[in-house]
Design a protein around this ligand. Structure first.
Ligand SMILES: CC(C)(COP(=O)(O)OP(=O)(O)OC[C@H]1O[C@@H](n2cnc3c(N)ncnc32)[C@H](O)[C@@H]1OP(=O)(O)O)[C@@H](O)C(=O)NCCC(=O)NCCS
Length: 199
């Protein structure tokens, strides 16, 4: 059985964030995030940034993030969705605290051993401690190694399939899809995690 160590980055972990950026560029496509922005978000506590390592010396094999969305983040999150998929009102208008699972990537040789699920469990717990609602968009690419099955197994509930969700990010934005290049025509599955009603 493979064992791994999962570490949550702090705002001083510039080098680890840069290593994580290289891993996500290779698996999820280039231009996913800037190290400077990651460190800033870690400083204000709105971002959980997990890295997973195996071996000695430790080799980075997984990266996964979750964040609490501010009004601008939420606007960007829902902008590519068909109108009415999620409420258009910003979270601050209704006192909602909305979170999302964001990036997740495990290196190909390490897949299918439970690491992606372990990273999702940590992030789901982190969101449930902070948010009144939480969402994820699972990238429905055509290769093996998708996240929709493991998220459903952890209790995330499908809401709807979003066609061409990453089209704006791969036309006017900086992102490039590892499968389509630019523009991206992949679909995403929007999922929601039912939250405990203790708020
Ligand atoms: C999605 C991804 C992060 C999952 O990572 P992973 O470490 O393979 O995840 P897990 O091992 O926990 O789960 C993967 C599958 O293996 C199964 N599995 C988990 N532990 C297992 C074990 N011990 N033995 C056998 N199978 C196992 C899971 O049930 C899951 O099956 P499913 O896909 O049929 O639901 C990884 O495949 C990846 O990086 N893919 C490319 C990028 C991507 O799509 N990222 C998600 C963007 S939304």
């Amino acid at each position: 059985m493979t064992t791994w160590t999962i570490t949550a980055l702090g705002p001083g972990d510039r080098r680890a964030a840069a290593d994580a950026g290289r891993l996500t560029d290779a698996i999820l496509g280039s231009g996913m995030f800037s190290v400077g922005q990651v460190l800033e978000d870690l400083r204000d506590g709105t971002l959980l940034f997990l890295t997973a390592y195996v071996g000695t010396p430790p080799v980075l094999v997984g990266v996964a993030t979750a964040r609490v969305l501010n009004d601008d983040d939420y606007h960007d999150f829902i902008a590519p969705m068909p109108p009415g998929t999620l409420p258009a009102a910003p979270p601050s208008a209704g006192g909602r605290r909305i979170g999302r699972l964001h990036y997740s990537a495990v290196t190909a040789p390490m897949r299918g051993r439970g690491l992606g699920s372990a990273l999702a469990v940590h992030r789901t717990e982190w969101l449930s401690e902070r948010c009144t609602e939480a969402y994820a968009i699972s990238w429905l690419h055509r290769q093996p190694g998708r996240s929709d099955g493991l998220l459903k197994a952890l209790g995330w509930q499908p809401v709807s399939t979003l066609h061409d969700y990453w089209l704006p990010a791969t036309t006017t934005g900086d992102h490039s899809c590892p499968q389509c290049g630019r523009p991206c025509h992949c679909a995403g599955l929007l999922l929601r995690m039912p939250m405990p009603s203790h708020f």
